[in-house]
Design a binder for this molecule. Structure first.
Ligand SMILES: CC(C)(COP(=O)(O)OP(=O)(O)OC[C@H]1O[C@@H](n2cnc3c(N)ncnc32)[C@H](O)[C@@H]1OP(=O)(O)O)[C@@H](O)C(=O)NCCC(=O)NCCS
Length: 180
């Protein structure tokens, strides 16, 4: 499908109803975050929103946080300063138009400006989005059982960032600028 015209900006508290409504329909894939947590991510400027041109309404979001380093839980895992993708979601009718890819690319640029060494995301192994992360060229060197109730496997996806450029992956279509 061809790319939809969108722009990407930081979320404001006015986007909260969109985040709550979109997230509610995707708890199987992105998990659940309470409204108070969403508010906090917004106030820390850690949420990107993709906005469609006509009408100018939100069509997707990406929520992230910076980590200053992680324990080396497995020898193949990187440990340095990195950005974790906490939630990524594109509304169903806008999928497969490169919006998810562009959100990740924007985050990669922000992350590399903040001197993060890599991007990471935990992804349940039984959802369609696994193909999305693989398509971006991210590695998944590790998996673990996430959550005691369902015993579902989660894959750890990660990709190194290059200084000033973001990700050197299959992201060449992703060139939108983030508006402040
Ligand atoms: C995963 C998600 C964010 C992808 O967003 P998107 O805007 O549709 O992704 P893109 O259009 O940028 O996809 C890029 C490529 O990834 C792959 N891909 C994306 N979604 C896919 C799917 N459902 N099945 C197989 N491959 C997929 C394709 O190769 C696609 O390129 P193509 O359309 O040219 O074949 C979106 O499907 C979504 O919100 N899903 C529900 C929530 C979710 O699972 N979030 C991720 C949790 S870790």
């Amino acid at each position: 499908m061809s790319d939809l015209k969108i722009h990407i900006r930081r979320a404001t508290q006015a986007d909260l109803p969109f985040l709550v409504a979109a997230g509610k329909k995707e708890t199987e894939t992105i998990g659940f975050l309470p409204t108070a947590a969403l508010r906090e991510y917004i106030s820390k400027r850690n949420v990107l929103i993709a906005v469609g041109a006509t009408p100018a309404s939100p069509v997707g979001f990406l929520l992230w946080r910076l980590s200053h380093g992680r324990r080396q839980a497995h020898p193949s895992l990187p440990t340095g300063r990195h950005v974790k993708i906490i939630q990524l979601c594109v509304l169903p009718r806008f999928r497969r138009q490169n919006i998810g890819t562009r959100l990740v690319q924007q985050l990669a640029q922000i992350a590399s400006r903040r001197r993060a060494e890599f991007l990471s995301a935990w992804v349940a192994e039984d959802i369609d989005a696994v193909a999305f992360w693989e398509r971006l060229g991210m590695d998944s060197p590790w998996a673990r059982i996430g959550g005691s109730r369902r015993q579902r496997f989660h894959l750890f996806f990660c990709a190194p960032l290059s200084e000033g450029r973001g990700l050197d992956l299959n992201l060449d279509k992703a060139t939108e600028a983030v508006t402040p």
